[in-house]
Structures are given as C-alpha cells and as structure tokens.
Design a protein around this ligand. Structure first.
Ligand SMILES: Cc1cc2nc3c(=O)[nH]c(=O)nc-3n(C[C@H](O)[C@H](O)[C@H](O)COP(=O)(O)OP(=O)(O)OC[C@H]3O[C@@H](n4cnc5c(N)ncnc54)[C@H](O)[C@@H]3O)c2cc1C
Length: 321
C-alpha cells in the first residue's frame, strides 16, 4: 500500500489550474496501490486553497504558512515537503511539472533518498511510469526501485480531477526555517499579467514563429487568438530575438501544451518545438514553405503567407459569430 503526497500550488488562496493534474496523478496511483492521497499546500492563502481542494478525495491536506513562505524559496519549501511526506508515510511525492516543482522536487528527492521520474505522462502501476525522452521521440517506461519515489507530472497528459467525495481534513504543519542560514533570498517578482488564458491550460493556443517577421508582426497571432478566445505561444526563435516575452515559449525548453486546437503560424516545426505541442488534439499550420516539417504533424495545413491568410481567417471567424 503506497500513500501519495501531492504538492498543490496556489496563488491568492486558489489552487492553480495546472497543478490539478498532479491530483489526478495521485488519484490514479492510489487506485493502483490501495494507498491514500494527501495534499500539501504552501504559502499565504494555503488554508483558503485547502478548502478549494477539499472533496478531491485526499485523506488529509497539510497546510504550511508563515513569513518564511511568503515568497517561494526552495530552501524553505524543501523541509516542508519532507516533513509532510514523513507525516503521511508517503511512498510517492509528486506534483504537476511546473517551474516551481522543477526546482523543488529534485532537491526533495535528494533529501528523501528517492529515485525521481520527471515529466511523467502515464501511470503503469505504483512504481512504474511512462515519460518522454529525447525531445518526445521516445517514450520510456521507468520503474523506480527506491522506497520513496518522486515524480513530476506533465500537465497536458492528465485531465483535471473530478470533484466528489468527503471533505478533506486539514492539518497545519509548523516548519522551522532559519532565514539567516539560507543561501538564497527573495529579491522581487516580475509577473506577466494577461487577460488571455494560459497556454498550458487553454482550450485553443495560437502560436507564432519567425514567419511573423517582427514584434509588430506578432500582432496577427494575438488578433487570431483574441477572435477565438485562445491562449498565445511562440517559438524559441522569436523569444530569443526579443520579439515576445520568454514565458510564451512552447517547446522542449519552454511550456508543454496539449490543447484541443493548436494553430502554428510561420513556425517551421523544429523537433524542439514539436516536443512542446505535438500532443495537441488537432494541429493547424500555416506556412509558406510546403516542405516545412510542421506539416508532418499537422492535421490541417495551409501553404500560404500568414499576412494574407490570417486576416481572412479572422474575418471568417467574426462572420460566423
Ligand atoms: C537545445 C535546444 C532547445 C530548443 N528549445 C526550443 C523550444 O523549446 N521551442 C522552440 O520553438 N524552439 C526551440 N529550439 C530552437 C529550434 O531548434 C528552432 O530553431 C526554432 O523552433 C525555430 O523557430 P521558428 O520555427 O520560429 O523559426 P524558423 O525555423 O526560422 O521558421 C520560420 C518559418 O516561418 C515560415 N515563414 C516565413 N515567412 C512566412 C510567412 N509570411 N507566412 C507563412 N510562413 C512564413 C518559414 O517558411 C519557416 O518555416 C531549441 C533549440 C535547441 C538547440
């Protein structure tokens, strides 16, 4: 019987949508092992977020709050995760693969002497998982043989969990943090605020590549996205060029997305870009080069100039509303 501890990330007392994939993973593992699921929520607003995830079937939600957790720092959060893992006798510690867990979970694994599988895409049994390798060209089935196992879970591969079940009990954990002994300190946060849905959880994503030609040219991507209520993304080439912010990058070294509809505008389809979007349910590509590799993964392809085709597409969408 393997108990599972799932890290649920939150902001302002609300669980982050992407992080719910971790809960689904936890439910699947517990179903296979017969163990219990526990949640851990850290930071200001953790208690409020705990009541939001009550009813997802956890035996208990551990809550960690206090001055040391006002802003995320890996050195403060690691002992919180380790303490919660020991408190619930967890055999598996996991969370959705986000920039936070990519930082936190390897350190947790080291502290717990645990083997780790990152970017898990499927649960085979309580110790065996599927994960992509080599930019998504190979799917490996890995067995973690350590007593405690640590996993990060690919958001796009796990549906949000269904609500239902009894209200979860909450327990506050007191974690002593010696701020003076920490090697890193919080300096500031720059947040990108957008009214558009985040690409990792959006139903539709419109993405632009070097074919947009400039920062100004990226507006065509935004216009199509807004006509569809979609999230936006970009290739690394145009993030590196400074045409759009880096947080839009889709791909091996950016965000992994799998929306119902992914529209690639002026993107060649380099293997590193495909690694971040090829699990999308339907892929549409517009590119003026008929030989562009993006067409090998596209369900619908249009060979043409985006500056000509996209305004017509937007017009048709407007007419259909
Ligand atoms: C270690 C590593 C990690 C990487 N990680 C990532 C990653 O996470 N994400 C990522 O995207 N890349 C990543 N890359 C970079 C990747 O290899 C490519 O260089 C990049 O994806 C190319 O971006 P692009 O398709 O926008 O540009 P290009 O390859 O230059 O393609 C531009 C496309 O636009 C088309 N085009 C031009 N004008 C028009 C027009 N008017 N109308 C229609 N089509 C037009 C062209 O035909 C061409 O196909 C990584 C590379 C490395 C080495």
């Amino acid at each position: 019987m393997s108990n599972v501890l799932i890290i649920v990330e939150q902001a302002g007392g609300k669980p982050k949508k992407a992080t719910l994939a971790g809960i689904t993973f936890g439910q699947q593992v517990a179903q296979k092992s017969g163990g219990q699921v526990h949640f851990l929520i850290i930071g200001p607003g953790a208690s409020a977020a705990a009541s939001e995830v009550a009813g997802y079937g956890a035996a208990k939600t551990y809550v960690v709050e206090g001055a040391a957790f006002e802003n995320y720092l890996v050195e403060a959060c690691t002992p919180a995760v380790v303490t919660a893992a020991k408190a619930c006798n967890a055999s598996i510690v996991a969370g959705a693969a986000t920039s936070t867990t990519k930082d936190l979970l390897p350190r947790v694994a080291a502290r717990l002497d645990a083997a780790m599988a990152s970017d898990v895409t499927a649960v085979v049994d309580a110790k065996t998982f599927k994960r992509p390798m080599w930019a998504g060209n190979v799917t490996a089935t890995v067995e973690l043989t350590s007593n405690i196992k640590v996993c990060s879970v690919r958001v796009a591969e796990f549906d949000a969990p269904a609500k239902g079940g009894a209200t979860t009990a909450t327990e506050k954990l007191d974690i002593a943090v010696d701020a003076g002994a920490m090697k890193a300190k919080f300096v500031g946060r720059k947040e990108v605020k957008s009214t558009r849905p985040d690409a990792t959880t959006a139903d539709i994503v419109v993405s632009g590549g070097r074919g947009v030609k400039s920062a100004e040219g990226f507006k065509i991507v935004e216009q199509l996205a807004d006509s569809l209520g979609a999230g936006i993304g970009a290739s690394r080439a145009i993030c590196d060029a400074g045409w759009v912010p880096n947080d839009l990058q889709i791909g091996q070294t950016g965000k992994i997305v799998a929306p119902n509809l992914y529209i690639a505008l002026g993107i060649s389809g380099a293997i590193q870009h495909l690694a971040g979007m090829k699990s999308s349910k339907t892929i549409v590509a517009i590119n003026k080069d008929p030989e562009a590799p993006i067409f090998t993964v596209a369900d619908y392809g249009l060979v043409g100039d985006i500056t000509v085709e996209v305004p017509q597409l937007i017009e048709k969408i407007k007419q259909s509303r």
